[in-house]
Design a protein around this ligand. Sequence first.
Ligand SMILES: Cc1ncc(COP(=O)(O)O)c(C=O)c1O
Length: 341
Amino acid sequence: MEKKNIDWSNLGFGYVQTDKRYVSNFKNGSWDEGVLTEDANVVLSECAGVLQYAQTVFEGLKAYTTEDGRIVTFRPDLNADRMMDSAARLEMPVFPKERFIDAVTQVVAANAAYVPPYGSGATLYLRPYMFGTNPVIGVKPADEYQFRIFCTPVGPYFKGGVKPLTLRICDFDRAAPNGTGHIKAGLNYAMSLHAIVDAHHQGYDENMYLDSKTRTKVEETGGANFLFVTKDNKVVTPKSPTILPSITRRSLLHVAKEYLGLEVEEREVYVEELKDFAECGLCGTAAVISPVGKIVDHGKEICLPSGMTEMGPTTKKLYDTLTGIQMGRIPAPEGWIHVIK
Ligand SMILES: Cc1ncc(COP(=O)(O)O)c(C=O)c1O
């Protein structure tokens, strides 16, 4: 397969239109069989449920080339499960897991020319999403939906090398107790936009959100879960019913325990403890782990001992091991690597 003529290592994280996308429609209580199409546009009623009441959920995962030249995705079954949970919470029909994985496979195979080569650092980002399509004016769930997956090649996350981030503790809340923080719904991201634009204006890279009930516990950022390393080398990650269950974080905990022999703790993490950690990172599909160098709590700086120039040693081991598994350099646990071709 001839690859597209793209400068892979200089790609950013933006939308590049590719050849094919998958579409399936839900009507009269069932999904149609779904097709690949070249049409990148969605034409909707002016009154579509998604436009009026934000009835939309999505996922994000990557396809890439392994060391031995296979095109694969990482744990797409977990994206399928999470999208089913997201849909159910917004009263949308679920898109069946087997069909989700099949649609991922079809989209990647049809756009194989856009899957970046091994070693470029670039990947093919996949965006499954679903939205209410029929006219809805009274506040209620739509009756008709569209499920789509498009893909776009994205560049290496750490282009000029790794740069630890500076975070601020955010006074805006991300998720309410018993709300929708644990699902991947567009509404959670719409309401985070003001907070992130404001953080950037103030010179911070990201917001650290706290639990909105007590404002004493660490939750997550707008797009990644936290992972901390204690001074005695335990891996700690916040446990909360209002954070998104990150697939990367769950995978890293397994790697920490089973590959690196580290003790792991999934528990409530208090703001008060931040000063005692040795390392901190953000974990998610985009970067796997981005190191955090500094957290600012209303003017008070908490500087992680790992510093502002590199990843902490344990964070680095976790990063190297998980990316090694993803790229086929280290044997993967059963079922983690979904081979497309
Ligand atoms: C709010 C939020 N938390 C965490 C994550 C990381 O999740 P994952 O590792 O599944 O990409 C994401 C990105 O998907 C996110 O949007």
